[in-house]
Design a protein around this ligand. Structure first.
Ligand code: FE
Length: 201
């Protein structure tokens, strides 16, 4: 395989899936509507709201947070979020000192079970290049400015390791429950292009 690091799994999988789908439909073995429901599942059921609940729970439950730090794949699977592209998950925490930004420099590796399918910009060559070269500029493109003292750490997602950013819990959210907190967590905050707390907007 040309790219062992990332495996080119998205392109290969897309091609394989399409070929398989055509065969199955042509032979009357599969109902296109059923396939649509699978796609819909990825679009609606498996999405950033899963990751948002993981983040909210980590804010509320120190034991869960410790588990997430130790073995994010298992901690996340305990909430029912597991499967393809979710193996070897690693959670990274934003603090006042460090802001984390996730990219896949070579393709579009992304933690599907917690974030769903990646947004178009995540797959774009422009984002992939600029995230490494000028992460502060990427944040600015998204309308956010981090304090000068905050270091930006860039993580390169691969087929081996997929990163989930745990943003800082916003101020003034004491007393909120898991559902209410999860509603505050954006997809971009779990990729790192939205600081969630402060940083302009
Ligand atoms: Fe990749």
């Amino acid at each position: 395989m040309a790219d062992d690091h990332h495996g080119g799994e998205l392109d290969e999988m897309t091609a394989r899936t399409k070929a398989l789908e055509e065969q199955l439909v042509a032979r009357g073995l599969v109902d296109p509507a059923a396939l649509d429901r699978i796609v819909e599942r990825y679009e609606h059921e498996i999405g950033p709201h899963n990751g948002a609940r993981v983040v909210a729970r980590s804010w509320l439950d120190p034991e869960f947070r410790a588990w997430l730090e130790r073995d994010a794949t298992a901690a996340v699977a305990s909430m029912g979020y597991a499967g393809r592209q979710g193996e070897h998950l690693v959670a990274v925490w934003n603090t006042d000192q460090v802001h984390n930004l996730v990219v896949c420099t070579l393709c579009s590796c992304y933690p599907w079970p917690v974030l769903g399918l990646p947004p178009v910009w995540y797959k774009s060559p422009a984002y992939r290049a600029k995230a490494v070269r000028d992460p502060r500029g990427v944040l600015a493109d998204f309308g956010h400015t981090l304090p000068d003292h905050t270091q930006i750490r860039v993580w390169d997602s691969t087929a081996e390791v997929r990163y989930l950013v745990i943003p800082e819990r916003p101020a003034g959210t004491d007393g909120l429950g898991e559902e209410e907190l999860a509603a505050l967590v954006t997809r971009d905050s779990m990729i790192g292009t939205d600081p969630l707390t402060g940083g302009g907007s």
